[in-house]
Design a protein around this ligand. Structure first.
Ligand SMILES: Nc1ncnc2c1ncn2[C@@H]1O[C@H](COP(=O)(O)OP(=O)(O)OP(=O)(O)O)[C@@H](O)[C@H]1O
Length: 251
């Protein structure tokens, strides 16, 4: 679904490549979390994948084709929901359809209504974003990402601003969405437990320059319920990942 081939990137104001000939690939339909310390370059990987940043070298392939010159090959959901406050929830969710063109306003409204129903927000079509809770706003933002129609979804810390209980219910909800829609999901998080609950394998970003992503399989049936977080091998892996990240802070 996604392949980086020797990809490099340098911010113009920096004198080194933050991403240095990075290669990795992600299989269709998989769910991986990306973890790494703050500022190591996780979002930079996403910003190159979605075309916001141009690599200095190398090739990025989505579904086997270079992303150069392409549009609408991946959905991107940042940490902030970025719902426009002056548009209704339905108008926000329908935005990708509006950008793509080709559908009437009534058709877009119907599609937005169905997408909102699918994420458990029936009845929210004509509400304004400020009338929704944080978790509901994230669901609406996810519905909007789904309406891009893309099979590859990049989710950048989407739940980090939510309170603990909302966050764990959103994690369960997301696994259910993933199971039903069979998308390929890459999910950035700082929360090791969130990564262990959500992913088939965790991709660990090393201290920059990033030359590889260490792929660590999660040793519990997938998708999993929360009780699996208490398995001895999961507790051990959690400690291992925390140690790995701690070491990077001191590099
Ligand atoms: N526009 C920019 N110009 C120069 N440096 C930048 C720019 N954007 C990001 N950086 C630097 O690149 C590094 C990686 O940034 P990035 O946002 O990818 O990190 P991250 O791992 O996603 O961080 P966090 O977990 O805190 O969100 C950071 O040191 C950051 O300061």
């Amino acid at each position: 679904m996604l392949e980086f081939q020797e990809v490099s990137y340098q911010y113009p104001s920096e004198d080194f490549d933050i991403i240095d000939r990075l290669s990795f690939s992600v299989a269709p339909g998989s769910f991986h979390c990306i973890i790494g310390i703050s500022g190591c370059g996780k979002s930079t990987i996403f910003r190159m994948t979605n075309g916001l940043l141009q690599p200095k070298g190398g090739t990025i392939l989505v579904e086997g084709q270079s992303i150069v010159g392409r549009k609408r090959y991946c959905g991107y959901m940042p940490q902030k929901d970025l719902l426009f406050p002056w548009r209704t929830v339905g108008e926000n969710v329908a935005l990708p359809l509006e950008i793509q063109g080709g559908l009437s306003k009534a058709e877009r409204r119907d599609r937005a209504e169905a997408a909102l129903r699918d994420v458990g927000l029936s009845g929210c079509l004509d509400k304004m974003p400020h009338e929704l809770s944080g978790g509901m706003r994230q669901r609406a933002a996810f519905a909007r990402t789904m309406l891009t129609g893309c099979d590859l979804l990049l989710l950048d810390e989407p739940f980090s601003a939510l309170d603990f209980l909302t966050r764990i219910s959103m994690q369960e909800w997301l696994v259910d969405q993933w199971r039903r829609h069979q998308k390929t999901i890459l999910f950035i998080t700082h929360d090791v437990e969130e990564a262990l609950f959500l992913s088939e394998s965790v991709l660990v970003v090393e201290h920059p320059p990033i030359r590889e992503l260490a792929e660590i399989p999660v040793p519990a049936a997938f998708p999993r319920d929360r009780s699996s977080l208490k398995l001895p091998e999961m507790v051990e892996l959690k400690e291992h990942l925390i140690d790995l990240l701690r070491k990077q802070v001191t590099v």
